[in-house]
Design a protein around this ligand. Structure first.
Ligand code: AMP
Length: 125
C-alpha cells in the first residue's frame, strides 16, 4: 500500500513558511523547532523537509542523504542543548508517534526530543 501524504498538515505549513515556528536548527534536509505545548523543559520536534508520513515511510523511501542528515541533526541538537550525556547532560528521550495506536496527531514524520527533567515511565496507558 502506498503512503498518502496530506500537504495541508500543520508541519507542511511550517515548512512552507505559512505559519511561524521557533527554529532550533535547520539543515539541508531537516527542520527542528520547539513544540508549541512542551511536555518537558526541553521539547523539540525534528522533521525531515521531505513529504514523509511516518518513520516506516521515511525508512523505506528516503535517500541515504536524508536518513543520515536526520540522525545527525537529532544527535547534534541533543549535544547542543546539553542533554546528551556526552555533553555533560542527564539524558533525553526520543519518541516518534505513528498512526492511531501510536496516537500520532500530525501526519508528517517527527521525532520528539524530550529532556531537562526525569521523564518517568515510558508508557502511561
Ligand atoms: P504527535 O501527537 O506525535 O503527532 O505530536 C504532534 C506535536 O506537534 C504535539 O506535541 C503538538 O504540541 C505539536 N504541535 C502542533 N502544532 C504545532 C506548532 N504549530 N508548532 C509547534 N508544535 C506544534
Amino acid at each position: 500500500m502506498a503512503y498518502e501524504y496530506d500537504p495541508q498538515n500543520i508541519f507542511a505549513k511550517i515548512l512552507r513558511g505559512e505559519i511561524p515556528n521557533t527554529t532550533v536548527m535547520e539543515t539541508e534536509h531537516c527542520l527542528a523547532f520547539r513544540d508549541i505545548a512542551p511536555a518537558a523543559p526541553e521539547h523539540i520536534l525534528v522533521i525531515p523537509k521531505g513529504a514523509y508520513v511516518n518513520f516506516d515511510h521515511f525508512g523505506a523511501e528516503a535517500s541515504d542523504a536524508e536518513l543520515v542528515d536526520f540522525s545527525r541533526t537529532v544527535a547534534k541538537i541533543a549535544r547542543e542543548i546539553g542533554v546528551a550525556p556526552a555533553a555533560g547532560g542527564s539524558g533525553y528521550r526520543l519518541i516518534s508517534n505513528t498512526g492511531s495506536h501510536g496516537v500520532q496527531d500530525v501526519p508528517h514524520l517527527h521525532i520528539h526530543l524530550l529532556g531537562g527533567r526525569r521523564l518517568g515511565r515510558m508508557i502511561e496507558a
